[in-house]
Design a protein around this ligand. Structure first.
Ligand SMILES: CCCCCCCCCCCCCCCC(=O)SCCNC(=O)CCNC(=O)[C@H](O)C(C)(C)COP(=O)(O)OP(=O)(O)OC[C@H]1O[C@@H](n2cnc3c(N)ncnc32)[C@H](O)[C@@H]1OP(=O)(O)O
Length: 251
């Protein structure tokens, strides 16, 4: 597990889930898949795992991200003695810097997802889609009204959203894992609890995506959803940190 997280192999999970799902979809008989979707509860849109882990995914993600951020601040702020004297700052200053970084990451993630899903909804409407219950141009609002979001090119919100939020958590887990390994400390019980609770949710999200990959959307809708699923992690964990001006401004 540690090596899997530390070496970033998690980045390949989502393309693999999609490819495997597409192969199953291709090999299976269309009417069989439809029958399974109509028969098995866990494959229906209203199954509790989809309703809780997908549609309440933002709440679940926020709880897990804040817990990882709090743990990171705890272990990094408390270990300033490892820093060379000239790099050592005061406890409040370190706490403030790390606290600001994680607050910015939460805002940035939500801003980016807001823009991403605005684009997904625009594409849907531009390609002839609409909501059956009102003139709303938002998929989320349409669903909340009990309407049907239909007849447009529907980039997979599941692939886009769950890939984005999963990769952010994987990257934070990887950052903590590398720090603990560099510090050669035995992992605390708290870290193990955090690690396994995050990984449990990440596995459930991967399961939800495997169902999406086999039973929902067209191939192109899923591929585009997957590709858009890398926008947040690329901006938050590569673009911002690799540009000095952006990093100093935001993190
Ligand atoms: C640098 C920055 C620049 C900034 C520039 C300034 C911009 C200035 C903005 C200021 C303002 C900011 C304000 C921020 C504050 C927010 O707003 S933060 C919130 C940001 N937005 C989000 O996070 C949206 C997240 N999206 C969701 O939660 C979506 O509901 C979900 C969960 C992804 C689902 O999306 P969806 O499109 O409904 O699902 P989709 O994958 O398309 O599936 C279609 C169907 O297949 C079903 N299905 C698919 N997969 C499955 C499955 N595995 N099992 C069962 N059913 C399934 C679905 O249930 C659905 O069924 P129906 O509902 O149609 O019956």
């Amino acid at each position: 597990m540690d090596k899997f997280i530390e070496r970033g192999r998690f980045a390949f999970v989502y393309p693999v889930v999609l490819i495997c799902g597409l192969v199953v979809h291709l090999l299976a008989n269309g009417s069989t898949l439809q029958h399974q979707k109509d028969t098995y509860y866990l494959l229906s849109p209203n199954n509790v795992i989809n309703l809780v882990f997908a549609y309440k995914g933002n709440l679940i993600w926020t709880i897990l991200f804040v817990s990882l951020a709090a743990y990171q601040i705890k272990i990094r702020v408390s270990r300033s003695d490892l820093l060379p004297r000239d790099a050592r700052t005061t406890y409040p200053a370190r706490w403030h810097r790390l606290g600001k970084e994680y607050a910015v990451k939460i805002i940035l993630k939500n801003l980016l997802l807001y823009v991403i899903f605005f684009v997904i909804d625009c594409v849907f409407v531009w390609t002839g889609g609409s909501c059956s219950s009102s003139a709303t141009k938002s998929a989320e609002r349409c669903r909340k009204e009990g309407g049907k979001w239909e007849n447009g090119f529907d980039i997979s919100g599941h692939f886009c959203f769950l890939t984005n939020v999963s990769l952010i958590l994987w990257l934070e887990l990887s950052s903590i894992q590398k720090y603990l390994n560099s510090d050669e400390r035995t992992p605390s019980k708290l870290w193990r609890v955090l690690l396994y609770s995050n990984v449990s949710v990440l596995v459930i999200w991967a399961f939800v995506l495997s169902v999406t990959a086999i039973y929902y959307h067209t191939t192109l809708e899923k591929i585009l959803g997957l590709l858009m699923g890398y926008i947040c992690p690329v901006i938050m964990y590569w673009l911002v940190p690799s540009h000095t001006a952006l990093r100093q401004l935001l993190y």
